[in-house]
Ligand binder design. Structure first.
Ligand SMILES: Nc1nc2c(ncn2[C@@H]2O[C@H](COP(=O)(O)OP(=O)(O)OP(=O)(O)O)[C@@H](O)[C@H]2O)c(=O)[nH]1
Ligand SMILES: [Mg+2]
Length: 338
């Protein structure tokens, strides 16, 4: 299954209803005045964010989103009602752009936040609106006005607090499955994870935070190699990066660490400057020389690095890692609140 995180839709708002031309006809009133009601406005196309949606899969499924047209006005001064809106439910974290201009129309980051992307046309006025001292029986009435039609480019950015990154097979999904209720697929081959998985972890301060298990990144990811860029985008909004490195692999940990850092640095400054927590995984079958070399490297090149040693399978070191993430997030929030 391919994860769909961008799509296009054509939002077509409803046309306004037509204004009516009508004259009052009542017993004993031979020449009644005009009583044609106005047409109702056309329905809008609305995008609404909801936490029950996690992908744009079914949003993409129907390309045209058409709202109902306004109901026509009728005689006896009856105005038509507004056409029904077409509401498109999208995941929280959806960015909406005008397809032609690229201009950002909305960035839906909260539950139930909504935006009218195409406004329904105004209803036409009925002939009752056109009476004047000189025109007591106007036949003039308007047609409904056309609704807006806008082509949109929609993109989903997952909102997670911590992005778990690493080369394929580093143990990212295994970690998220042991510390949260998320149950992603785990397997001993690369690119097991094709779409980001979110896991919610209960924090120490009565809060909860969200971990995102990302598909593995490989060399050239920043240029679109592998699952590349489309997922790197998702970590743009995370507050912390949790960089996992397989400590059981015989290839140099230092080299593997650097390889991934290069991808992040080349992708965007924004991402590469995020605070990073490093964890050596699979410590139950550690390749000791590599680990020693890596620790040496950290000591000399990155003395301030936050480093953990964990085994998700043996559940070693995961509690203190999770606690640290919580504290680090809490500190970041306090800084931002000041
Ligand atoms: N011995 C040991 N094996 C582990 C541990 N954590 C994960 N593994 C194994 O490593 C392999 C890859 O684990 P995943 O969690 O799928 O790795 P991933 O980083 O999500 O991989 P991709 O989604 O392909 O990028 C699986 O065979 C896991 O069982 C661990 O703590 N100890
Ligand atoms: Mg995985």
């Amino acid at each position: 299954m391919k994860f769909i995180d961008t799509c296009e839709i054509l939002a077509v708002a409803g046309d306004g209803g037509n204004g009516c031309m009508s004259f009052r006809r009542e017993k004993f009133v031979p020449r009644g005045g005009p009583d044609g009601g106005n047409g109702g406005p056309g329905g809008d196309v609305v995008l609404r964010a909801d936490s029950t949606k996690h992908t744009l899969m079914d949003v993409r499924y129907i390309y045209h989103r058409k709202a109902e047209r306004g109901i026509h006005g009728k005689g006896k001064d009856m105005h038509g009602r507004k056409g029904e809106d077409a509401v498109v439910i999208v995941p929280i974290g959806t960015v909406v752009r005008n397809f032609e201009t690229g201009e950002v129309i909305a960035d839906l980051t909260k539950q139930d936040e909504e935006i009218i992307v195409a406004k329904g046309g105004r209803g036409g006025r009925g002939n009752a609106n056109f009476t004047s001292p000189t025109h007591r029986a106007p036949r003039r009435h308007e047609e409904g006005f056309p609704g807006e039609q806008v082509k949109l480019a929609i993109e989903l950015k997952l909102i997670a607090d911590v992005g778990i990154i690493g080369l394929p097979n580093a143990g990212k999904s295994t970690l998220i499955s042991t510390v949260s209720a998320a149950k992603p697929k785990v397997a001993d081959y690369p690119f097991t994870t094709l779409t980001p998985n979110l896991g919610v972890v209960k924090g120490l301060y009565g809060n909860a935070y969200v971990l995102a298990d990302m598909p593995g990144l490989i060399e050239g990811a920043h240029e679109g190699v592998g699952l590349g860029i489309q997922f790197l985008r998702h970590i743009e909004r995370t507050k912390l990066l949790l960089h996992l490195i397989d400590a059981s692999d015989e290839e140099s940990m230092v080299e593997r660490y650097k390889k991934l850092r290069i991808e992040l640095d080349k992708f965007s400054e924004d991402v590469s400057q995020k605070p990073e927590i490093i964890a050596a995984t699979k410590m139950d079958s550690v390749y000791q020389e590599n680990l020693d070399e890596f620790k040496q490297f950290l000591k000399s090149e990155k003395p301030d690095a936050v480093f953990f040693e964990i085994s998700a399978i043996a559940k070693q070191g995961t509690d203190s890692l999770i606690k640290h993430l919580d504290e680090a997030l809490n500190e970041l929030t306090e800084i931002n609140d000041e």
